[in-house]
Design a protein around this ligand. Structure first.
Ligand SMILES: NC(=O)c1ccc[n+]([C@@H]2O[C@H](COP(=O)([O-])OP(=O)(O)OC[C@H]3O[C@@H](n4cnc5c(N)ncnc54)[C@H](OP(=O)(O)O)[C@@H]3O)[C@@H](O)[C@H]2O)c1
Length: 262
């Protein structure tokens, strides 16, 4: 799996079909979509328009809330594949655990079956807390390859990261730039950016990479797409990582215990 990917949340089909060839030309090879984003058709179109082969891309999609359950998740994956116009996914994630519905273990069983049947190369989860992970691992014996969680310097997710490290789970960071908001204007991030002549977004992406986290920043702008990939020519010192992590707690994460996705 590439160490950095392209997010697509909020892109329409039309926009995704335009942006992905540009991103591919710049060097992006991993694309993150979801049934919930309603842009899988555009993502598929963009990949075909890029002129690269299917095998050169790493495509992630996710099980929608309404598709939880054994049979529904399998049908949901078939529909995702049809919309993308491909016959396999590189990574398929359960988008949210939605513990109130209590169907995430069956949904995980469906994911296991999808791997066995060749529709999906690897499987993981998103927004799972350690207690949800304990349950799927305990009931199926299979550890997810990835947990994609809300993670940036204001929400550092120590507990989920420690769990992931212990179990060999790769952590992907969603909203790695804090959605491009005031995180990027934080004085501590600005100070580090000045030291390396990099932008604050580049410093925040480097903060993820230095810690083995896989960020999937979204941009629809050629300049920002290029900048977000231009983060492999500098390193942050340990004390700079620590300083930036001091922002932890200044934003509340979404709550996977209560979040319901249609
Ligand atoms: N699993 C989940 O539950 C979940 C939830 C949310 C998101 N995700 C995934 O994670 C991806 C990333 O998260 P996100 O889209 O919420 O937030 P993000 O990547 O942290 O930020 C995206 C925002 O930042 C702006 N931006 C991008 N690069 C920038 C730069 N270099 N400088 C300044 N602004 C910049 C973008 O605007 P422009 O487009 O105008 O550049 C956009 O408004 C999503 O697209 C989606 O694929 C997953």
């Amino acid at each position: 799996m590439p160490v950095l990917g392209l997010g697509t949340w909020t892109m329409t089909d039309e926009l995704a079909a335009q942006v992905i060839p540009v991103a591919a030309q710049l060097g992006y090879r991993m694309v993150d979509t979801a049934a919930f984003y309603q842009n899988e058709r555009g993502v598929g179109q963009g990949i075909r328009r890029s002129g690269l082969t299917r095998e050169e891309f790493f495509i992630t999609s996710k099980v929608n809330g309404r598709d939880h359950g054994l049979d529904r998740a399998i049908r949901g994956c078939e529909q995702t594949l049809a919309r993308l116009g491909t016959d396999y996914l590189d990574l398929y994630l359960i988008h949210w655990p939605m513990p109130m519905r209590d169907l995430y273990v069956d949904t995980w069983r469906a994911c296991i079956r999808l791997v066995e049947e060749g529709y999906v190369k690897s499987i993981g989860v998103s927004n799972f807390l350690p207690r949800h992970l304990d349950r799927i691992i305990g009931e199926t014996g299979l550890i997810p390859a990835v947990n994609q969680i809300q993670l940036h310097p204001r929400i550092v997710q120590w507990e989920s990261r420690a769990y992931a490290e212990k179990h060999g789970i790769v952590v992907q960071s969603w909203s790695p730039l804090g959605q491009g908001g005031t995180l990027l204007a934080e004085p501590v991030v600005q100070a580090v950016a000045g030291r390396y002549s990099k932008s604050t977004a580049q410093v925040v992406l480097r903060w993820h990479l230095e810690q083995g986290l896989v960020p999937i920043p979204k941009s629809s702008d050629r300049g920002r797409l290029a900048a977000n990939l231009d983060v492999f020519d500098f390193h942050l010192a340990d004390d700079e990582i620590k300083e930036i992590s001091g922002l932890n707690g200044t934003e509340q994460p979404m709550n996977p215990e209560t979040f319901e996705q249609d």
